[in-house]
Write a protein of this length. Structure first.
Lengths: 316, 515
């Protein structure tokens, strides 16, 4: 582990923290444009987070320490995830500590904490949201693991940087296994990030919420951390998707500062395109009934298994 | 309706639609309701008036409607502690809440089993009745604590979700108590009446001519329907013929109100299905329509346009031409949007079979208005009692039999297209002449009825004049009274996250049923 590697790691983490709200703002702008509305400011998520940090927190009188702890745990988990997902360079000292399975575990940890905190106060909506979140989660996690296993089989390693190194160096061709895995990953990402068609991040209807129902009781700095963590989660999922399926432009190693500098605009460009596609999917879809989620995520799982079979049988 | 079997005589009432008044004895109320029910009548309204100063008791009135018109059954309940009137809800289930409200407001009890308060929310002492004439409104009471007994469902895994009265969105207040197992709704119970404003009491201190403004504020989204119904009642009492141009302009305003509300609702129905694109498009169209209202009539919702004797403002040529152009353009855009809604499989999956009210259930519970037309109850005052100007316009009645959210969406689209056609037709054939005529004095102590097909359903205004041009009693009755209880049934067996969509497909008024 060199000092430059550490520095590159730090730059990546800082970039993730800084860019995540921008990605959310961009997606919201695209959604507005696609439905012929005038868009909210691009920097609105930053202002929201700043506003929330400046407010006094209100916590229910029967809240346990778990309720106060959860925003920090969730935010911390998303930061850790951001540290092991290669977004700019593949030489990540922290990534040695955790592979893709640990990454899925990090997301699961955040989910467990936020669901427990939602039930902690004892309101009907919190429990309702927690129940639905676990319902979506237990279907989404296996599908995500399958996608990551397919990528691991191709590269022979479960470490994300090595997977990306391998995938970035193969010759340019369409890999059927990766195509299946890519579709599966997109579906899982929609569900995991509480987007339409599984959840609606913009709804005010408390009875239909999943993620929003769990965080109804949070305010001020706690809510700011949760909002920021949600943005980071979207950013992380986007970066995992880009790293697995469009790894071109990610710098190899950490010695090459020019390559890292070049990777920044490439990443921003890819995220902008990805954000637009997400907004497009959300605009043309309606939210499905919650009991359609098993079909939706079941399809994702099936596609991920197909991806793996295609790789094992055809070797492509 | 024919009550001769019971030996009851009917007297003609002052009303825009054919109406009779049928005084009944206390034992005859329920039999008379049964006779009417057998003849296909449904309940329109039930209300009570304190008449201790005139007849020594309370008058309970039950308005029923069938194909021949309205019949108002009148029963006098003596001012005795244990005097009660027959339980109308045994025949017409929709009467249950009206009977409970009549007790809270006037202190006259029915024989029904359910004697829980409805309009009373501990904001005045339980032994005072605001609509009694000796009620002192001046004291300031400390709001008390109400202990409302919700019906509970017991069983393994059954639990309760209380929702509201404060909601996450900016809507009217209402409490919904769900009994659920998993995501499935076993029972929903509504607790409304968080919006009591004392409107009926306020009427009693107003002059007949001023009451129209208050009537137009009972439920803002139906202001034209209410103001017209009030004016109809007053004009019927005065025996006044309104100038034809005024009638046509009222019809124009009523159709524009329907257009604005259907546009808004169709947008929100898309949004509640997670399809925000629809909300953006329909909201834009609605905004265009209400801005044209503002330019032509001076108010976005056309409040105070309809006044007794006519309309307050004439329509000039430029605005008339603008309305025709707008109607054409909006119709074309709505047709495109309907195609998008109809062919969107995600949205249709949410709409179809969701919140179903079968035609049998609708008939049994007395569903009215737009929601009833989506459940096979083909009733529309504009067609069934086509007085001027509807007789010249040949309104096409919308209808569906599915009774689900999809059916209510389809009926809205059909009515929207028809209303846009009517706007063009009305402007094209608008008669010339005056738009307002003075209202002569009205004899006291007579009942007049106004009955108008608002966008949500028929709005009834029962108006009784007092001496010297005052209002003795005015009861505006919203179609939401009849439809709220049906919503409770529509939700049974659906999943919790579908409730907002079902609720929006009815879009009932909280304020209208809680005066």
């Amino acid at each position: 582990m060199t000092a430059t590697a550490l520095l590159s790691q730090a730059v990546q983490l800082a970039l993730a923290l800084a860019l995540a709200p921008l990605l959310v703002g961009w997606v919201n702008q695209c959604r507005a444009w696609l439905s012929n509305r005038s868009a909210p400011p691009l920097l609105l998520p930053y202002r929201t987070i700043r506003k929330l940090f400046m407010k006094d927190a209100v916590v229910a009188s029967n809240a346990s320490p778990l309720f106060r702890l959860t925003p920090y745990v969730v935010f911390g988990a998303m930061c850790c995830a951001a540290a092991i997902v290669p977004s700019l360079a593949t030489d990540l000292p922290f990534a040695l500590a955790a592979d893709t399975i640990a990454l899925v575990g990090l997301f699961a940890l955040a989910r467990v904490f936020i669901a427990l905190a939602a039930m902690d106060i004892g309101t009907a909506f919190g429990s309702l949201g927690a129940r639905r979140e676990m319902f979506v989660g237990f279907l989404a996690e296996p599908a995500l693991l399958m996608v990551l296993f397919t990528a691991s089989l191709i590269s022979g390693s479960t470490s994300l940087p090595s997977i990306v190194d391998t995938l970035a160096h193969r010759e340019l061709a369409i890999y059927p296994s990766l195509a299946f895995a890519g579709v599966a990953f997109t579906m899982v990402s929609l569900a995991e990030n509480a987007r339409i068609p599984v959840d609606n991040p913009a709804t005010h209807l408390e009875l239909t919420m999943i993620h929003e129902a769990m965080v109804l009781e949070y305010s001020a700095r706690h809510l700011a951390l949760i909002e920021w963590a949600s943005a980071l989660k979207l950013f992380n999922y986007s970066c995992i998707g880009l790293a697995l399926f469009f790894p071109f432009g990610i710098a190899q190693g950490s010695e090459n500062w020019a390559a890292i500098a070049l990777a920044v605009p490439v990443l921003v460009g890819k995220l902008a395109l990805g954000g637009f596609l997400l907004a497009l999917i959300e605009t043309v879809s309606a939210k499905m009934r919650i009991f359609r989620a098993p079909e939706f995520l079941g399809t994702a799982f099936l596609l991920a298994v197909l991806a793996m079979l295609v790789h094992l049988l055809l070797g492509s | 309706m024919d009550f001769s079997r019971l030996g009851l005589s009917a007297a003609t009432l002052a009303s825009a639609v054919p109406a009779v008044r049928v005084p009944v004895g206390s034992g005859q109320l329920v039999p008379a309701c049964r006779v009417a029910h057998e003849q296909g009548a449904h309940l329109v309204a039930l209300w009570a008036s304190d008449e201790r100063d005139r007849v020594g008791g309370t008058l309970v009135r039950v308005a029923l409607q069938d194909a021949s018109g309205l019949a108002v059954l009148e029963v006098a309940v003596p001012d005795l502690p244990d005097a009660r009137y027959g339980d109308v809800s045994a025949v017409f289930p929709a009467a249950a809440r009206m009977q409970r409200a009549a007790f809270d407001l006037v202190g006259v009890a029915s024989e029904a089993d359910d004697q829980r308060p409805w309009a009373w929310m501990a904001s005045w002492p339980i032994d005072r009745y605001p609509l009694r004439r000796d009620f002192e409104a001046s004291p300031k009471w400390e709001p008390g604590q109400e202990d409302y007994e919700f019906v509970r469902v017991a069983g393994d895994g059954v639990h309760e979700i209380p929702v509201g009265p404060v909601h996450a969105g900016i809507i009217e207040p209402g409490h919904f108590r769900f009994q659920i197992v998993g995501e499935k709704v076993l029972r929903l119970e509504e607790r409304l009446c968080y919006t009591h404003k004392g409107i009926e009491k306020r009427f009693e201190s107003m002059a007949l001519a001023d009451g129209c403004r208050l009537a137009g504020r009972v439920s803002g989204d139906s202001t034209v329907a209410y103001a017209w119904a009030y004016s109809q009642a007053l004009e019927a009492l005065a025996g006044l013929a309104v100038p034809p141009r005024a009638l046509w302009l009222r019809a124009l305003a009523l159709e524009r109100e329907r257009i604005a509300n259907h546009l808004g609702d169709l947008g929100y129905l898309g949004n509640d299905g997670g399809f925000a694109f629809g909300l953006a498009q329909f909201s834009r169209l609605r905004e265009e329509v209400v801005r044209t209202n503002l330019a032509a009539f001076g108010h976005r919702l056309m409040m105070d346009l309809v006044v007794p004797g006519g309309v307050a403002r004439d329509l000039d040529r430029d605005h008339a031409a603008a309305m025709v152009d707008e109607a054409k353009r909006v119709a074309a855009e709505v047709a495109t949007l309907r195609g998008i809604y109809d062919e969107h499989d995600g949205l249709q999956d949410r709409f179809r079979t969701c919140g179903r009210v079968t035609p049998e259930l609708a008939a049994r519970l007395g569903l009215v208005g737009m929601a009833a037309r989506a459940s096979g109850q083909a009733r529309d005052l504009r067609c069934d009692f086509a007085a001027a100007p509807w007789d010249a316009l040949a309104v096409r009645k919308a209808g569906a039999t599915g009774g689900d959210v999809a059916a209510r969406v389809a009926v809205r689209f059909d009515e929207l297209a028809e209303s846009l056609r009517l706007v063009r037709s009305i402007v094209d054939h608008l008669p010339e002449g005056d738009v307002r005529t003075p209202v002569p004095d009205v004899p006291p102590h007579r009942l007049g009825l106004g009955y108008v097909e608002g966008w949500r359903g028929p709005v009834l205004v029962a108006l009784e004049a007092g001496p010297g041009g005052t209002i003795r009693r005015c009861h505006p009755h919203d179609p939401s009274w009849a439809n709220w209880p049906v919503l409770e049934h529509a939700v049974i067996g659906n999943i919790v996250p579908d409730f907002p969509l079902i609720n929006k497909s009815f879009n009932l008024s909280y304020s209208g049923q809680d005066l």
